[in-house]
Write a protein of this length. Structure first.
Length: 84
């Protein structure tokens, strides 16, 4: 999916690769961000993976373990290359 909205109040919305579900994007709370990607590291248009769960309180589906595709952290140092 792709992050389509982030709110400073600590929640956001993901557009699943398959499109909206019941004309809605998938909600996630800041506590649903993975340990490898804190909520404040997420950005609009980031491609993410996630698990779909049902909120026990509301009965609505939501995302948890939201993680940026390709791993965690926003380091500017490349780790995919080596000296030749």
């Amino acid at each position: 999916g792709v992050i389509v909205d982030l709110k400073s109040a600590g929640f956001g919305f993901i557009r699943p690769d398959s499109g909206k579900v019941d004309n809605k994007d998938l909600y996630f709370h800041s506590s649903g961000a993975s340990r490898d990607n804190r909520f404040d590291e997420l950005r609009l248009d980031d491609a993410v993976t996630y698990e779909v769960v049902t909120d026990d309180r509301t009965g609505e589906v939501m995302a948890k373990n939201v993680m940026i595709v390709g791993g965690g952290g926003r380091s500017s140092k490349r780790t995919d290359s080596r000296d030749r």
